[in-house]
Ligand binder design. Structure first.
Ligand SMILES: N[C@@H](CCC(=O)N[C@@H](CS)C(=O)NCC(=O)O)C(=O)O
Length: 213
């Protein structure tokens, strides 16, 4: 028999935050498994038996595991179609939706991290993302045409992923907060779901810190 409960493996101040926002946007019930990256509970045998890399976010559902932020977001948005956060299979917007969700983890993050770490650029033919400047230009062009949302008129899981990611990378100073980027971030982070996830995370951090003394 498979377990139908949705378990969200999460740690505060991590990439799991976008999934917390998405679950708020979806408004669905789930069990929260809080891991403490600082304290190392994500590397204890219990969680490693669930996810051998010890990373978050992850979802356990129906006896299977989903890892990778974008895959988790795609899975959840498809699992709850009534919320309308994923373009349907026959919707032309499904194409840019899949493109940008996967581009985030396979190209955008590696490009920004490699650049921030001052790693020597790979030859263009072997780099998974062409080059850093091209990735930055591509994302800025997409933000400019995100009117009001990443895919156009309709809010989707892509906005949760990209709005949260752009807030994070501009906060860390590894992506320029142009007026268009700032306006896009504001559109996404001012939504009730984002605010609720932020307040819940702040409460959790405060409780953790109080318990630590
Ligand atoms: N490729 C993964 C990366 C996940 C990841 O690196 N998560 C960090 C938190 S932001 C983590 O779990 N760090 C704990 C560790 O590596 O010890 C994804 O896209 O979800």
């Amino acid at each position: 028999m498979t377990d139908d409960r949705l378990v969200f493996h999460y740690a505060p101040q991590s990439r799991a935050f976008a999934i917390r926002v998405l679950l708020e946007e979806l408004g669905v019930p789930y069990d929260l498994d809080v891991l403490d990256i600082r304290g190392g509970s994500h590397l204890a045998t219990g969680y490693l038996a669930v996810n051998p890399l010890g990373k978050v976010p992850a979802i356990s559902h129906r006896g299977e595991l989903v890892t990778e932020q974008a895959a988790v977001a795609l899975y959840l948005a498809d699992l709850f179609p009534a919320a309308g956060l994923a373009p349907a299979f026959d919707d032309p917007k499904r194409a840019p939706y899949l493109r940008w969700m996967v581009f985030y983890g396979s190209s955008f993050e590696p490009a920004l991290v490699d650049h921030a770490m001052q790693r020597p650029p790979l030859p263009r033919s072997t780099a998974p993302y062409a080059d850093h400047a091209s990735v930055v230009a591509l994302v800025n062009a997409q933000v400019e045409r995100s009117a009001p949302y990443w895919l156009g008129e309709r809010f989707s899981a892509a906005d949760v992923l990209w709005g949260t990611a752009l807030a994070w990378v501009t906060g860390f100073g590894i992506f320029e907060k142009t007026p268009a980027v700032a306006a896009y971030i504001e559109r996404i982070t001012s939504r009730p779901a984002w605010r609720k996830a932020q307040a819940d995370e702040a409460a959790l951090i405060a409780a953790r810190d109080a318990a630590a003394g």
